[in-house]
Design a protein around this ligand. Structure first.
Ligand code: HEM
Length: 506
């Protein structure tokens, strides 16, 4: 046997070694080439600036359109770049979702409702609910509910005008939108606007539970508190007992009384479709209530704040409403509400623009996020790691000159109208108040209809002023953008109206 050719063996080993080293070098090189968005701050900066949370994010946006905030165990990427936003909300939709982070925080309040889940569980609810929201039945039923509740609110204001009282209108919008969403979703008259007892306990417990859930986003010790059942977590558990018991009772009543067929409310329609698991129904219902309550109420509050800051716009909208609904100053409150038909609402293009302009500057959901499921690269070339949180910030985007021009911070409804005065949409990745992509808000059209009915009825019947011009109006740092301390207004009649005994007793 010939002796082994050592030079060949050595050459082969050398080649393998060189190839391996080359592979390691290329991989390292690739990793080193990954670049990450600039650091805007840390969790401690967020906590320090908590009271002006969204303005702090806006300040950071002026330096970098996309930046990272470092947490103790993770990173959150905030972006105001429409290309990045379109990418993670639509183009690579499958790689970004609620994930375990949002699901764990929201689960006690919303269970497996549409806001907390991804994948098949989300798709199923989205399909069922989008069908519901597109039906004429729901549109007609909900329009009737909005008109009734807008008229109730106007009667309540009449009493305040007659006795020269100021009103805290945000609270009234919160109550009336809760009444509306309750009627539309469950078919139940809650009457919280009239201070009825029935729903008082529910609505207080629900608000408190939402607040305690919001706290979880900044309080990393919440799982320990939950385990020990202390502090905010003990409050949350107590509130959820009240909320769950109330909703289960309504579901049981509906099933027992078989009050299903022919009703316009969403619960009846789900029951009609043989969806009878009470826990699943409860999760769906609470998600709709949370989606529809604070969002429209806070938008209406900021809209009336803008109306007080720009009183000539109240006159302009009054003119538009009177022309569209064929009203004048002799019209009574109930007639005004009845005249606000679908056709009349369609004609109110300036009002539509003014509400949209309100949402541009005061978006009901000021910042909203997802979780990244696998390492990725954004269109701007920066990398995102698996597990990172990724958020877009409608509040900051509305103030960006690069998106809206030099007058970005001014309230100008005209920017939404073409030269014929017709409303023009913008890309949902630039005007992000309703999110964009497959998870775009399901209730957008529903919300506009509700807000237009309330705004048109109130502006046709009254003019409004701030009760105290010198008092600064700012937001509470919460998941929805609410006015801190409420909005205190005085009103005067635009119509000839004698206050009735019933109104005076409200
Ligand atoms: C001014 C009013 C509103 C605004 C600004 C708004 C905004 C939003 C936003 C930003 C999201 C995305 C939230 C997320 O990431 O999970 C969303 C989702 C949603 N909204 Fe709205 N919303 C409004 C009113 C409503 C109303 C009145 C309803 C129904 C009663 C509604 C139903 C929903 C639902 C069901 C989703 C979940 C969609 C999904 O995950 O597929 N929204 N909305």
């Amino acid at each position: 046997m010939d002796p082994p050719n050592y030079s060949i063996v050595i050459a082969v080993f050398a080649a393998i070694l060189v190839a391996s080293l080359f592979r390691i070098w290329v991989t390292k090189e690739k990793q080193q080439k990954k670049k990450y968005h600039p650091i805007g701050g840390t969790i401690f900066h967020l906590l320090y600036n908590f009271r002006r949370f969204y303005d702090y994010l806006t300040d950071l946006t002026h330096k970098n359109t996309t930046f990272r905030i470092l947490y103790l165990d993770n990173v959150e990427i905030y972006t105001c770049d429409p290309a990045n936003i379109e990418y993670f909300l639509k183009t690579n939709f499958a790689n970004y979702g609620k994930g375990s982070f949002h699901h764990d925080i929201l689960e006690d309040l919303l269970g497996d409702g549409i806001f907390t889940v991804d994948g098949e569980r989300w798709r199923h609810q989205r399909k069922m609910s989008s069908y519901e929201f597109s039906t004429r039945n729901l549109r007609e039923f909900s329009s009737g509910v909005f008109k009734t509740n807008a008229a109730k609110l106007a009667h309540l204001l009449s009493a305040a005008v007659a006795s020269n009282q100021t009103v805290e209108i945000q609270d009234l919008f919160m109550k009336s939108s809760l009444d509306s969403v309750f009627k539309v979703v469950l078919g139940v008259d809650l009457e919280s606007m009239r201070g009825a007892n029935q729903g008082d306990q529910f609505s207080k417990a629900f608000d408190q539970a939402s607040e305690m859930t919001t706290l979880r986003y900044v309080d990393i010790s919440w799982p320990i508190k939950k385990f020990l059942n202390v502090g905010s977590e003990a409050t949350l558990r107590k509130c959820m007992k009240v909320v769950d018991a109330f909703v289960y009772k309504v579901i049981d009543n509906k099933i027992a009384q078989q009050q299903v067929s022919g009703k316009g409310d969403i619960l009846s329609r789900f029951l009609e479709m043989q969806e009878t698991d009470p826990k699943y129904l409860k999760d769906i219902i609470l998600s709709f209530i949370i989606a529809g309550k604070d969002t429209t109420a806070s938008t209406l509050s900021w809209f009336f704040y803008m109306m007080c800051k720009h009183p000539h716009l109240q006159d302009k909208i009054l003119e538009e409403v009177r022309a569209a609904a064929e009203l004048d100053q002799r019209s009574a409150i109930d007639d005004i509400a009845t005249s606000i038909t679908e056709a009349a609402l369609d004609k109110m293009q300036f009002l539509h623009a003014a509400l949209t302009e309100t949402l541009r500057l005061y978006p009901a959901v000021p910042s909203d996020g997802k979780m990244c499921f696998a390492d990725d690269t954004f269109p701007d070339g920066f990398s995102v790691k698996k597990g990172n949180l990724v958020s877009y910030v409608p509040y900051s985007m509305g103030r960006m000159k690069s998106l809206w021009g030099d007058d970005a911070e001014e309230f100008k409804p005209e920017r939404w109208l073409d030269h014929n005065g017709v409303f023009q949409q913008q890309s949902p990745f630039k005007f992000t108040a309703f999110q964009g992509g497959p998870r775009i808000c399901l209730g957008k059209e529903f919300a506009y209809r509700q807000m237009k009915v309330f705004a048109s009825v109130l502006l046709a019947a009254f003019s409004f002023k701030l009760a105290d011009e010198s008092k600064p109006v700012t937001y509470r740092p919460m998941l929805t953008l609410q006015i801190d301390g409420g909005l205190h207004l005085t009103a005067a009649f635009r119509i000839k109206h004698e206050v009735t005994m019933e109104e005076a007793s409200l």
